[in-house]
Design a protein around this ligand. Sequence first.
Ligand SMILES: C[S@@+](CC[C@H](N)C(=O)[O-])C[C@H]1O[C@@H](n2cnc3c(N)ncnc32)[C@H](O)[C@@H]1O
Length: 305
Amino acid sequence: MSDETPTQVNPETMDVRTALKRGIAELRDANVPSYTLATELLLLHVLGRDRAWLYAHPEDILPGLDAHRFLSLILRRAAGEPTQYITGTQEFWGLELEVTPDVLIPRPETEHVIEVALDRLALREIRAGRKQTLTGDGLNVIDIGTGSGCIAIALAKELPSAHITATDISPAALVVAKRNAARHGVRDRIAFLEMNLTGGMAGKYHLIVSNPPYIGRNEKDTLMREVRDHEPELALYGGEEGYEIYADLISRAARNVLPGGLLVLELGHNSLPAVQPLLESPHWTKVSVTNDLAGIPRVIAAERA
Ligand SMILES: C[S@@+](CC[C@H](N)C(=O)[O-])C[C@H]1O[C@@H](n2cnc3c(N)ncnc32)[C@H](O)[C@@H]1O
């Protein structure tokens, strides 16, 4: 793909190659990160095709109103709207999820929460001398702050016999999460509850997972416009510093997890120093910290003593 900016073209006769060039040029000029990928995704979305088709048909004229639709999506992306909110989807743990501006766009780092949860559950089984095929039989799991439902749904797929509860303070997020659960055939396996963290629940869980809001309001000006201006504030900010929500979350977890049960939390890029001491208490043991691919401490896990 050449870097030259195409001259003004007639949308009625725009071919695939020209559409890609024009989109790339506009998004590059608007300082959109990964502008080539974003252009491809928006064109694929409009055409309902896959990437192989796109590059096999560079001279095909975009049919009907598709060129106009594509150019209007490019304008929205250039103005800062995230690609995923425009296309309405994001992949997580190999599952295509619906995303709307009511939910955080699931991030790849959050897949480490699933990995750590499954690894720690498997270790517990091995230590207890039980069979190592982990189906989640008899396990009660809760995902606090479920958003799109990504963690709860991934765990429901991985642990087909587990009972799963998912909470969120946002009723609008829960609507999306329920649709995602239905889309992946696990709606009847997940109880979705609107509440502040765990509300007044006295539930006893074998596994508590959460990716809580952990950005500090004092960091707001440093965020990318895509995040700051488009993702839900409820999903972003954990307090002025960001880590404030963890204290409440961890003390509720201590009341709601069974002895020997697990707590697995995603961490913000600078949350570890504030969060680790909260787990250095007689309530918790076997604390582990897992880095993400960028080397940032991303997941903290502990067992109820
Ligand atoms: C960082 S997002 C995580 C969403 C999803 N679990 C993910 O990993 O993509 C945090 C979620 O917690 C919810 N939330 C914020 N404060 C909450 C609270 N006090 N109780 C329950 N949920 C809360 C937000 O609405 C949002 O959906």
